[in-house]
Ligand binder design. Structure first.
Ligand SMILES: [Zn+2]
Length: 61
């Protein structure tokens, strides 16, 4: 029982780590570089990312 608990504590959670890196990368791309190509159909979403870019001081225009 203790061996299982120790293995669980030390085993990296690769799925969770991969998902976290992908989500962080997607967020940085959407906030920092998305110019309407992906959110052209949803102007509200584009405006939200644009506002976040300004809020965070990311270079924009
Ligand atoms: Zn701007």
């Amino acid at each position: 029982m203790a061996a299982i608990a120790a293995a669980t504590r030390t085993t990296p959670k690769w799925g969770l780590m991969t998902l976290t890196v992908l989500a962080a990368s997607a967020t940085v791309f959407l906030v920092g570089f998305e110019q309407g190509t992906l959110t052209g159909g949803l102007p509200v979403l584009h405006e939200a990312f644009h506002d976040a870019r300004h809020l965070l001081g990311f270079p924009c225009h």
